[in-house]
Design a protein around this ligand. Structure first.
Ligand code: NAP
Length: 542
């Protein structure tokens, strides 16, 4: 497939990352007959599902829609064991996809991309890997992931710790033996919650460092039989049509009656029904008004708080620490996690909570974690469930230089901008999936939005090829228009008032902007389709 000229690998297209998006992008480019190669730092496929092998990792999109839609036989060929499979099964599924499509022969594993520089004379990218390989490619497509730049060096003194310390996003392949040990978990986001509930039965003792509490919904995760999968398979075409049109790329969508037109009983009934669903439906398929209206947000938040309080036996100290209060933030303005017996963990005698809002973590010392009150919390192992430099992090960790040698990292340190999350002005022939300002991470079921973006990119490149063109760049205007629209939609919501990775506030100095488009997946697709149908107005194609 590739041709080495003076030790340079010459390609038509290069894909960075082989998770959900990268595998599909590689497949689409191969179908087009392009000379393409994909690169990944990992030793295997999976992306998120390769790296996040921490105890309890699983997704919370139903497996029947966390799927590829380009091949019905592929869908039918995998039999998921449950509604929300865990990481090992999802990693196996991704290997199944890669093997079935024979993709691995065009993937170079264990290779980190160090730099990519656009050459204005040739309209091509010069890419260099960590082992010094040089690649010259016409198109460069980032499939690096939205949540793939772990904040693994979060605390001073981490290196001094005598025991084991691991970030969840870099969890060792062989696992970590926590049995009977004194374990600290820092972070109670979607990841921390999964870790805590999973390791609670096996650890000797656990100290959970809680800073911001989460609204959490109990997950219902029934096993799937062959009959169940036959049922879902029989609905393949219907689901394929439906998921790209809903608000969040799931098969469910918002309740079709406005909050204002419902009685209190009906509202309660809708909330209860979605709660019983045991999925993200309470958030993404009930009342959209909760995203906009503070009073409605408070009613829904209080509904969730009530459920949580009951599970904590109304223990005042635990409720204060683990349930967001009316002055914290509203339900759904932070990424909502699903959980299984998470709150009940805190009722165990061997589990202690440390409020690190009132007593922040100062540093890691050889014996454990030192908090601002001078206490050293001695432990054998520390789990850093402290999150990611989301959206912009993965690309900023590569030295990307566009026209006029501009640096993407420097630019994004000032302001994070993209054109529909698909291109960045000043970086011709660079395309992005899972990038800032496109729908993502529960505001879109990831397989829905990533596939769409890959298809859009592939079609755009196909359009250029068919017209004998070689360079595609989003104009400043198209990017400005998208950023304005994105910000206008975001500003209407309460999400922009809440601190979380959605707003970039979890990384010091990161410019604040909602990283995921919140205008709805169906709406996003219509807008991007319109651009494609109209011959890519606003994109300079030469
Ligand atoms: P996260 O949501 O950013 O949570 C990080 C946690 O670490 C927060 O509780 C944060 O507290 C805490 N933290 C960070 N720095 C700290 C410090 N210096 N001191 C004390 N606490 C600190 O990250 P995540 O849990 O890894 O989740 C990221 C995203 O990945 C999710 O939102 C979701 O989109 C995705 N994910 C999905 C699934 C799933 O599908 N089920 C599972 C896991 C993750 P503050 O909030 O106070 O900063």
């Amino acid at each position: 497939m590739t041709q080495a000229v003076e030790n340079v690998t010459e390609l038509d297209a290069m894909v960075i990352g082989v998770g959900v998006a990268g595998l599909y992008q590689l497949h689409r480019f191969r179908e087009m007959g392009l000379k393409v190669r994909a690169y990944d730092t990992a030793t295997g496929v999976g992306g998120t599902w390769y790296w996040n092998r921490y105890p309890g990792a699983r997704f919370d999109s139903q497996v029947e829609i966390y799927q590829y839609w380009f091949d019905e036989e592929l869908y039918k060929s995998w039999k998921p064991s449950e509604r929300f499979p865990g990481q090992p099964e999802t990693e196996q599924w991704m290997n199944h996809v890669a093997d079935r499509l024979d993709l691995k022969k065009d993937i170079q594993f264990s290779t980190r991309i160090e730099s990519a520089k656009y050459d204005e004379k040739t309209g091509r990218w010069d890419v260099v890997t960590d082992d010094g390989e040089k690649i010259n490619t016409q198109y460069l497509v980032s499939c690096c992931g939205m949540l793939s730049a772990p904040l693994d060096n979060r605390f001073p003194g981490q290196q001094s710790f005598k025991g084991e310390i691991h970030h969840t996003g870099l969890w060792p392949k062989g696992g970590v033996d926590l049995k009977g040990k004194r374990v600290a978990v820092i972070g109670t986001g979607a990841t921390g919650i999964q870790v805590i509930q999973t390791i609670a039965p096996e650890v000797g003792s656990m100290k959970v460092f809680v800073r911001t509490p989460q609204y959490a919904i109990p997950m219902k995760n029934p096993k799937y039989s062959d009959e169940d999968w036959s049922y879902w398979s029989s609905r393949f075409n219907e689901l394929k049509e439906r998921v790209p049109t809903t608000f969040a790329g799931f098969d469910y969508d918002f309740y079709d009656k406005a909050w204002a037109d419902c009685t209190d009983e009906e509202r309660k009934e809708v909330l209860e029904e979605r709660w019983e669903e045991g999925s993200l439906a309470l958030w993404l398929a009930s009342f959209p008004e909760m995203f906009f209206d503070e009073e409605i947000s408070e009613v829904v938040s209080e509904f969730v708080r009530g459920k949580m309080r009951a599970r904590l036996g109304n223990d005042e100290k635990l409720c204060d620490l683990l349930i967001p209060g009316p002055d914290d933030y509203g339900f759904g303005t932070h990424r909502v996690p699903l959980e299984h017996k998470y709150l009940e963990v805190y009722l165990q005698d061997n589990v202690e909570t440390i409020n690190c809002k009132s007593t922040p973590i100062e540093e890691i010392v050889p014996e454990g974690i030192k908090t601002a009150d001078g206490v050293i919390h001695e432990v054998d192992a520390i789990i850093l469930a402290v999150g990611f430099d989301a959206g912009s992090g993965a690309l900023s960790r590569i030295n990307i230089r566009g026209r006029d040698d501009r640096s993407l990292k420097d630019q994004w340190q000032q302001e994070i901008r993209t054109a529909m999350g698909l291109q960045i002005h000043g970086y011709p022939n660079l395309f992005t999936t899972g990038a800032p300002l496109a729908p993502s991470a529960a505001l879109c079921n990831m397989t829905t939005c990533l596939q769409y973006q890959v298809d859009w990119i592939t079609d755009c490149i196909g359009y250029a090829n068919n017209n004998g063109k070689k360079v595609i760049e989003a104009s400043k205007k198209v990017e400005d228009d998208w950023v304005r629209h994105h910000d206008e939609v975001a500003a209407e919501t309460l999400v922009v008032k809440t601190d979380s990775w959605y707003m970039g506030s979890n990384v010091e100095g990161k410019p604040r902007r909602l990283l995921s488009y919140i205008g709805g997946v169906g709406n996003y697709h219509s807008k991007c389709d319109e651009v494609a149908k109209s011959g890519y107005p606003g994109f300079d194609i030469a």
